[in-house]
Each structure stands twice: as structure tokens, then as C-alpha cells.
Design a protein. Structure first.
Length: 427
């Protein structure tokens, strides 16, 4: 299948301190108001500094990727990595400095609240304006009008100028227009955060239906839960360049690994880092090992999980407890494993203590996870190490039964039995 979006070596640079070849009336008025304050600061105007600036910055550099019909692509990365610049180029809001973009189909975009809307026009008039911009006929727009109004929930204000809308009303109408007009490509920046929870859920459901109909959707968001529910592919930007691209789960794992500590077990720096107030560095190391006792960061699906820990244990006040918490990459707790209360001898002797926590069938779905280790006694928490160990649960057969994992977050054994039997007959 030929890609409907092809981005090749796309780059965009800006000159710092340069305003461009013309000024708007608003900029001229602002400059006039600011001039007295600049003179007080010892500067006649902003112009000399702007003219002297020769520094350029690349917002994005050599960005390449493709997307095909039905793809939902999440564009992720830290603030300032070039995500919004990329979407503005794809939406034809700005031109690239280098490279090329090939878009097959009509493009609908929602980059920020207000993009494409005229403040003096009513909601109804802006719906027709937006549809005309993307190349739809008046008849096509009229056919979609009722659906757009119903989705946006602003029917009572349809003939009111949008300048009087609240931000919530504005974004509901803007999303409804962009999502329901007949475009093959939909580009959405981080605007859904403006809506309330109910509206966000409604938008996510609509985007899922849109992708199933063959539309291409590009999303920028810092809400990884929403992206994970929608996207099958992702592009990770770092410093304006593509750091990773491909399946969403793989790219998301790369992103989180880049934000957090190295993904090769517990680093010394992690365990030697300053602790929170009231805690002391008790944990010295934590490592996952395989059946042969070799260090690993991989656990087979439904396989044996062995976490070995070394502690410099002080004298405890009462029985000590160790918690091993396993979180997914979104920071959501999946399971917590506790040392048994009926085995106080595990932590009864002060000094160097080496322990192993073993789970014969780890019930986690395939994916990437972080381990948090903590220890406490009767007085409270004594030490805690966040993201102590990173590991991956592989894909494969469930409990070696010849069936592969389908969906969900946990894998559990179950027992089935027939409690009653229905017998066919004539009453």
C-alpha cells in the first residue's frame, strides 16, 4: 500500500531575534507602549539587537517517516523537541526550510484553540468556513452540520459569534469540525487537554472510529495513556531529530528509557543517590537473574521472576517488611510483592543481608516495567529506591499451553468446571 504521508529529510530553522519583513498593527502598538520602558532600561528599541542577531536554530532537522491509511501516529518527545513545528509544516501553516512532504488526500488540522476560526463569525459560519478551506463543497458541509453540532454540544450557541464562546465551547466546536469534515488526514495537536474528562473520552472514541475507517491521524500529546489507547505507531523527536520511529509500544519504551535511569539493571548511581528526608541508603543493589543465576533484564511470559537484593540493614524496630512494586512505563502500579510476615528471620540481623524474591509464574502481560524496592519497620519507611530495575516481559505462549497472549495487563491461571447441564427435551 502506497503511503499517504511521506516526509523526507524535513528541516525548519528560525533566526533568533528576527521579527520578519513586516509588522502587524498590534506589534506596532505594543512597540510604542514598550519604548519608554526600554529607554529606562538603557535601550532605545528592540531593533538594534534584532538586526545584530546572526544565530539560527533548527526547530526540526532531517525528519523522515511514512504513514499509511488507518495509521494513528503519536508524535512524542520532550517540550521543545519540534513536535508542534512538524505538525505546522504538515498542516501547511509554515513552509519547511529543507526537505519535502507528500500528502495524498485532504488534510484537517486542529493545532491550537482558535486555528482556522474567525472571531467575528458565528459557530455555524465557521463550520462552513473550515469546510471550504479543506476543499469541501457547501452541500457536503451541510450534510455534516447536524452531526458536528450534536458532537460539539453547542447547539444553543450555534448562531453566536465564537468570540463569546468559553474555551471549552471553543475547543469542542473546533474538534468537532476538524474530526467530522471529510478529510483523509487528521492532524491534532495538544488541544484535547482543554476539554473536560467526558469530552476527552468522547474524542478518543471518535478518533478510534475514524482510524478504523481508513483515515490517517497524527496526534501530539503528553498523555501517554490516551496515546497508548489510540496509536499503533509513533515518532519520537529529540532535539528536532527523529530518535525512534515504529510500533508505538517500542517507541514509548525508548522514550521512557531516555527520560529515566539506564536500562541495564540497577546502576550504582541509582542506589547511591540522596534519599528523601528521614530515609537512609539501606539498599545497595537489586538485580534480576535467570534460572542459571545470570543477570538479565528479560523475563519470559508467565516465566520465573527472581529479584536478588543486597541491603546494609540497621537494627529494626519490630519486624521488617520489604516491598517490591512493579510499575508500567506510565507509572501505574501493576503488582506489589511483600516479604512474608511469618518469616521475620529474613530481616532480623543487622549488617549485610542478601535476599531473593521469587515468583514462579509472573502474571504480567508482555511489555516494559520498572521495579521500586522499599523497606520499613514499625516506625515507618526506612528506604525506598524508585526505578531501581528496568525489565521486559517477552511475548509468547500463555503457560506453555500453545495459546498466545491476546490482550489485557495481567495473565492469570483459572479453573473451569461445569456446575449444571442443560438437557434438551419437550416439556
Amino acid at each position: 500500500m502506497q503511503p499517504s504521508i511521506r516526509v523526507e529529510n524535513l528541516s525548519k530553522r528560525y533566526r533568533l531575534g528576527t521579527r520578519g519583513g513586516y509588522r502587524t498593527l498590534r506589534e506596532s502598538v505594543s512597540e510604542a507602549v514598550a519604548a519608554p520602558f526600554r529607554r529606562l532600561a538603557g535601550r532605545a528599541s528592540a531593533e538594534p539587537i534584532e538586526r545584530e542577531s546572526r544565530e539560527w536554530i533548527w526547530a526540526i532537522k532531517d525528519v523522515s517517516f511514512e504513514a499509511s491509511p488507518g495509521d494513528v501516529v503519536g508524535v512524542i518527545g520532550r517540550n521543545g523537541s519540534g513536535k508542534s513545528t512538524l505538525l505546522k509544516i504538515l498542516s501547511r501553516v509554515t513552509e519547511p526550510t529543507e526537505g519535502s512532504v507528500r500528502l495524498c488526500g485532504r488534510v484537517g488540522s486542529l493545532l491550537e484553540v482558535g486555528t482556522g476560526f474567525h472571531q467575528e463569525l458565528t459557530g455555524r459560519e465557521n463550520i462552513f468556513l473550515s469546510g471550504t478551506i479543506v476543499g469541501m463543497s457547501r452541500k457536503e458541509i451541510a450534510r455534516k452540520l447536524d452531526e458536528i453540532v450534536e458532537f460539539s454540544e453547542i447547539g444553543a450557541f450555534l448562531d453566536t459569534p465564537v468570540k463569546r464562546y468559553s474555551s471549552g465551547m471553543y475547543v469542542r466546536l473546533a474538534f468537532a469540525v476538524s474530526a467530522h469534515l471529510e478529510t483523509e488526514i487528521l492532524i491534532v495537536d495538544e488541544v484535547l487537554a482543554v476539554g473536560d474528562v467526558a469530552f476527552q473520552k468522547k474524542c478518543l472514541a471518535h478518533l478510534q472510529r475514524a482510524s478504523q475507517s481508513g483515515r490517517i491521524i497524527l496526534l501530539v500529546s503528553h498523555n501517554m495513556s490516551s496515546l497508548q489507547a489510540l496509536c499503533n505507531r509513533a515518532v519520537l523527536l529529540a532535539g528536532g531529530r527523529v530518535h525512534a520511529a515504529g510500533e508505538f509500544r517500542d517507541v514509548m519504551a525508548t522514550y521512557y528509557r531516555s527520560l529515566l535511569v539506564p536500562a541495564q539493571g540497577a546502576s550504582d548511581s541509582t542506589f547511591d543517590a540522596p534519599r528523601a528526608e528521614g530515609m537512609s541508603p539501606i539498599f545497595r543493589s537489586a538485580t534480576i537473574v535467570d534460572d542459571q543465576g545470570r543477570t538479565t533484564n528479560f523475563v519470559p511470559l508467565c516465566g520465573i521472576f527472581r529479584l536478588q537484593m543486597t541491603l546494609d540493614l540497621p537494627a529494626l524496630d519490630g519486624s521488617g517488611i520489604i516491598n517490591v512494586g512493579i510499575d508500567d512505563l506510565l507509572g501505574q502500579r501493576m503488582i506489589t510483592i511483600r516479604s512474608p510476615l511469618e518469616s521475620p528471620e529474613l530481616l532480623e540481623n543487622a549488617g549485610k543481608v542478601e535476599l531473593e524474591c521469587r515468583v514462579d509464574e509472573l502474571p504480567l502481560a508482555p511489555g516494559d516495567y520498572w521495579i521500586k524496592v522499599s523497606v520499613r519497620d514499625r516506625t515507618g519507611w526506612l528506604d525506598a529506591v524508585e526505578q531501581a530495575v528496568y525489565f521486559t516481559v517477552g511475548d509468547g505462549e500463555v503457560f506453555d499451553e500453545g495459546r498466545r497472549f491476546l490482550s489485557g495487563r495481567l495473565v492469570v491461571r483459572s479453573r473451569w468446571e461445569q456446575l449444571s447441564r442443560s438437557v434438551e427435551g419437550v416439556i
